[in-house]
Design a protein around this ligand. Structure first.
Ligand SMILES: Nc1nc2c(ncn2[C@@H]2O[C@H](COP(=O)(O)OP(=O)(O)OP(=O)(O)O)[C@@H](O)[C@H]2O)c(=O)[nH]1
Length: 284
């Protein structure tokens, strides 16, 4: 697969901002990038495999540790429905053991075209070291491209009780806020998501990450608002069918149940399509 991104050692990295999103891709710009980072075994490759390759979650138990940066183009288009996709970007899966702060990486090139950093923390494991790495990463980002969205996935929460999930999130937010304040970075905005590959939370979190990077989001939301009010639909999502990421929704609040129903429906339709060919996806 052709990789249009500049080498990390590039002395003059391209400076295309993610704010231009997939539209700039149409004009020939490099694919914008999502960086997946986190400690070893935190779940990065599993997330990427489940969301973008429909790998059943239990099969991730057999994934080998990633030893090199995995650059994955994401251009998800389900041919029966669409000719082009809003989702044209790259996901870079960083192996846990790589220290990109060791001076061998061109951080300007690494962060230059990056739209979002997704930092994965294993909530079932001791996470203090992961937090230290996160804080260092945020500091580096602030130096090289402060427009990058910083998204923290508090991951593997399937094994935790609801109370413990919230306590863990509170602790991570508090420690990060305190540490960034000590570093003089208290203005940095971070989004936190509780995720697991064993339920819909990982798709929902990814949806929110992607939506923030779409320059067309406002227009799509307006179109969906019009659809909802004109057709008296309760809730509308615009899905990327293959990944089950919703790239937009109308402006009424998202309730997880309606997302889950639509998501399950897509699975059924895709399964039927494999058996019978094209199935009309419109439903109300
Ligand atoms: N319980 C639970 N386990 C998970 C989840 N996501 C990933 N795992 C497990 O975590 C282990 C490590 O996952 P990987 O995806 O290989 O982790 P990684 O961060 O890519 O690891 P490196 O390649 O070493 O950097 C696997 O056994 C996965 O099955 C989750 O949401 N819940």
């Amino acid at each position: 697969m052709e990789d249009p991104s500049p080498p990390l050692q590039s002395p003059t990295p391209s400076k295309v901002s993610m704010q231009n999103g997939p539209i700039s891709r149409l004009r020939g710009a490099p694919r914008p990038r999502l960086l997946l980072q986190g400690q070893r075994r935190s779940g990065k490759s599993s997330i990427s495999s489940v969301v973008f390759h429909k790998m059943p979650p239990t099969e991730t138990l057999f994934l080998e540790s990633t030893t090199r940066i995995q650059k994955e183009p994401v251009n998800l288009t389900w041919k029966p429905l669409m000719d082009s996709s809003f989702m044209d970007f790259q996901v870079w899966d960083f192996p846990g053991q790589i220290d990109y702060n060791d001076g061998t990486f061109d951080l300007e090139a690494l962060f230059g075209d990056t739209g979002a950093l997704i930092y994965v923390i294993d909530a079932q494991d001791e996470y203090l070291e992961a937090l230290t790495r996160l804080h260092q990463t945020i500091e580096a980002i602030q130096r090289h491209n402060s427009s990058i969205n910083i998204e923290v996935f508090i991951h593997k929460v399937d094994g935790l009780s609801d109370d413990f999930k919230l306590d863990t999130q509170r602790d991570i937010v508090q420690r990060t806020t305190d540490e960034l304040a000590d570093m003089g970075l208290d203005g940095v905005h971070i989004n936190y998501h509780l995720t697991s590959i064993y339920d819909h939370s990982i798709f929902e979190a990814f949806s929110k990450v992607i939506q923030k990077l779409l320059p067309e989001l406002g227009t799509l939301e307006n179109l969906l608002n019009g659809l909802v009010s004109n057709c008296r639909i309760e809730k509308a999502f615009l899905f990327d069918v293959l990944s089950k990421i919703y790239v937009a929704t109308d402006s009424s609040p998202v309730d997880v149940q309606s997302y889950e129903i639509c998501s399950d429906y897509i699975d059924v339709v895709l399964d039927m399509t494999e058996i019978y060919g094209y199935v009309d996806l419109r439903f109300s």
